[in-house]
Design a binder for this molecule. Structure first.
Ligand code: NAD
Ligand code: IPM
Ligand code: MN
Length: 352
């Protein structure tokens, strides 16, 4: 029987509340489809560990993950630890150290979801944000100058490399070719002089190499408005690290709640494990109450199943998500209900 080695990193806040439901779902579909998981749980890779030992994970953390088939992560971040410490100490080193340069973030309005956007209906809104995940605006180049003086300043360089942009564009064009054949590139070449005109040139170049895909580009400000005004027109949307980050939370809200949105941090060449995690963070405002929406983590687990070569099992999971929303009125508070995480998970498992 196929066995997959999975690293579980619950992290902080609701990260620790949404991973167990995802595990329950994985075990259930694994039994049905005839494969198993050996999970190693890294429970203390978290802000608590940072406060105790000064590091979010051990110095050889990446080496401990290297032989795994995939990583499933909850979320990291806590109000008493600066975010740049928690994120640059755990999440971002994994994305970069394992060359997870594609961040795939599907968006779907499910039947039974009340989108805040008028006209955003099930079956019509179904697209994917492909976010560049290891360079762009998230760069280590820059610094804080003249701390404590009136001329104090902060500088950060954006880094867009030909190789880095080309590979994520090729992934996005390839994905578009396998879906609806349409791609939209997020840009801001009207206001940014160096990086995004270069991005646009590379989009045109890769577009010419993928003649089967019809592509266009939108400035990020106008694109944000179109996500709200006409979300049904998108198929694949590709953007830089920061643009993709912002667009994916916006898209999640259009689809009803950030609590549903999943993400796959992919190393398409499979040199290293890929990492699957909900789009949302550790939500300190609701953590510890047992009311977090587990669907983002569960859908992320489905993306992991796809990546591991189990598309039928992945479809069972997304079908169960669709069914619990369409056929029941069990919902967590972010979706207007009163169910707990455990009750919502139970309702979903019954339909799986
Ligand atoms: P957040 O996603 O944690 O929360 C934003 C809002 O959405 C909150 O009101 C929260 O209650 C709600 N929300 C999020 N997920 C939900 C769910 N599953 N069910 C119901 N409601 C949900 O974003 P934030 O407030 O900007 O960040 C909080 C912390 O999380 C920060 O420390 C941040 O750096 C961190 N963060 C981590 C990750 C990650 O680990 N991948 C991602 C984003 C933010
Ligand atoms: C996400 C998060 C992270 C990001 C933060 C927490 C560093 O917002 O995964 O979307 O910006 O990549
Ligand atoms: Mn984000």
């Amino acid at each position: 029987m196929t066995n997959h080695r999975i690293a579980l990193i619950p992290g902080d806040g609701i990260g620790t509340e949404v991973l167990p439901p995802a595990q329950q779902v994985l075990d259930t579909v694994g039994r049905r489809h005839g494969f198993t998981f050996s999970c190693t749980s890294y429970d203390d890779w978290s802000c608590e560990r940072y406060l105790r030992e000064g590091a979010m994970m051990p110095a050889d953390g990446l080496d401990q993950l290297r032989d795994k088939d995939a990583v499933l992560l909850g979320a990291v971040g806590r109000p008493d630890v600066p975010d740049h410490v928690s994120l640059w100490g755990l999440l971002i080193p994994i994305r970069r150290g394992f060359r997870q340069y594609v961040n795939l973030r599907p968006v779907r309005v499910f039947e039974g979801i009340d989108s805040p956007v008028r006209g955003a209906t099930a079956g019509e809104v179904d697209f994917v944000v492909v976010r560049e995940n290891v360079e762009g605006e998230y760069s280590e180049i820059g610094g804080r100058l003249h701390r404590g003086f009136p001329e104090e300043a902060a500088v950060q360089e954006s880094v867009f490399t030909r190789a880095g942009v080309t590979r994520v564009l090729d992934y996005a064009f390839g994905l578009a070719a396998s879906r609806g054949g349409r791609l939209t590139s997020a840009t801001k070449s009207n206001g940014i002089v160096h990086t995004l005109p270069f991005w646009d040139e590379l989009v045109a170049e890769r577009g010419a190499a993928h003649p089967g895909v019809v592509w266009d580009q939108e400035h990020i400000d106008a694109l944000a408005a179109k996500f709200v005004l006409e979300p049904a027109r998108f198929d694949v949307v590709v953007g830089s690290n920061l643009f993709g980050d912002i667009l994916s939370d916006l898209a999640a809200a259009v689809a009803g709640s950030i609590g549903i949105a999943p993400a796959a941090n992919l190393n398409p060449e499979r040199e290293f494990p890929s990492m699957f995690e909900p789009v949302h963070g550790s939500a300190p405002d609701i953590a510890g109450r047992g009311i977090a929406n587990p669907l983002g983590a569960i859908w992320s687990a489905a993306l992991m199943l796809d990546h591991l070569g189990h598309p039928a099992a992945a479809r069972d999971v997304t079908d169960a998500i669709a069914a619990v929303l369409a056929k029941t009125d069990v919902r967590t508070p972010d979706l207007g209900g009163t169910a707990t995480t455990a009750e919502f998970t139970e309702a979903l498992l019954e339909l799986l």
